[in-house]
Design a protein around this ligand. Structure first.
Ligand code: PHE
Length: 340
């Protein structure tokens, strides 16, 4: 490489800038129409033939060096620019975080508890694995009652004394064992029954049971409390009806229906075309249960009720299939975000 080309090479190597404009100027200086290297290419004709090849190769090398340098400087400037804007753009919206939401069953459970808390009930919880006494015996279940059958109850390790609770009435037994009346408690929790999973029932579900024991508690008190509850939950237009029923731990016993809010009482598949939906069981606490708990039935009386939370959620959110509440499909659960 002759001195002149060497000098040009040194100049090229020494060049550096952080300005895009300067880079453009640099490119034009060497490769533009009137650029230094462009002129040298034109000079090739004037070079002695034996030196032409080498000269041509050298100028070509310089051209490549300039092109690479331009490319590299442009890239560095671009990178700096994007980094700077990332750091400086304080108005840029933050990356959105997808927040979790509460499960509709939890939302409804809390809502129910709040309705009863307003009238003096206290929320109490208990164990999911129960013994026979708390789940059945204390509640006046006769030994041959079908609920005690393997087909209805999940027993633990074939021990007939230990099972997954089939209702949260077991908590009420624990409350009565540990507290003298007056008692006013509400017991939410998960319960387990050995049942086929369908659109209307599941083998795991949630219940809320209530217990009120005091002097002179009557069936009318119970009915009024449950009417208040139905109206608070579903709206003042809701009607209730009580149908005679049977539970080992209450006498007399009833089942309570509310007018179906999905079809407005006209009849749909959720209310089995009757216009009414059963939401809870209730009744006056059986004197045998009070005696089991050493509560004097001549002095005290009380009522109890129990309801399925999923059934309530179905009515409130108008979901036809109970299984949706257990599948944990985010697309379904997200809909309840705004209700938290
Ligand atoms: N324990 C009953 C059930 O699981 C509900 C109930 C509770 C009924 C209290 C009457 C009184 O179905």
């Amino acid at each position: 490489m002759n001195e002149h080309l060497k000098h040009i090479r040194e100049e090229i190597d020494a060049f550096s800038t952080t300005s895009a404009e300067e880079v453009d100027k640099f490119r034009l200086k060497y490769l533009g129409k009137k650029g230094i290297l462009t002129a040298l290419f034109d000079d090739i004709r004037t070079i002695a033939p034996e030196k032409r090849k080498e000269f041509g190769e050298n100028v070509n090398t310089l051209k490549k060096i300039v092109q690479e340098k331009v490319e590299q400087l442009r890239q560095t400037i671009d990178n700096n620019r994007s980094q700077k804007t990332e750091m400086l753009d304080l108005s840029r919206p933050a990356n959105s975080l997808s927040l979790g939401s509460r499960h509709p069953v939890s939302i409804v459970m809390q809502q129910i508890c709040q309705v009863f808390e307003k009238i003096g009930f206290t929320v109490t919880e208990g164990p999911e694995i129960e013994d026979d006494w708390h789940n059945f015996e204390a509640l006046n279940f006769p030994p041959e009652h079908p609920a005690r059958d393997m087909q209805d109850t999940f027993f633990i390790e074939k021990n007939p004394d230990i099972a997954l609770r089939t209702h949260t009435s077991s908590i009420q037994v624990r409350i009565m064992e540990n507290n003298p009346p007056p008692i006013r408690a509400i017991c939410p929790g998960r319960v387990f029954r050995n049942e086929v999973v369908t659109a209307r029932s599941h083998c795991i579900f949630h219940q809320i049971e209530g217990l009120y024991i005091d002097k002179h508690v009557s069936f009318a008190d119970m009915k009024q409390t449950l009417l208040y509850f139905a109206k608070e939950m579903f709206g003042s237009h809701i009607k209730i009806r009580l149908r005679p029923s049977y539970f080992p731990f209450t006498e007399p016993s009833s089942e309570m229906d509310i007018s179906c809010d999905i079809c407005g009482g006209k009849g749909c598949n959720l209310c089995k075309y009757s216009g009414w939906v059963e939401i809870l069981g209730c009744g006056m606490v059986d004197t045998n249960v009070l005696e089991n708990m050493h509560i004097d039935p001549d002095k005290y009386s009380g009522y109890a009720f129990g309801m399925g939370v999923e059934r309530m959620a179905q009515q409130l959110y108008k979901t036809k299939d109970i299984r949706l509440l257990f599948e944990n499909d985010i697309r379904f659960l997200k809909q309840f975000q705004s209700l938290c």
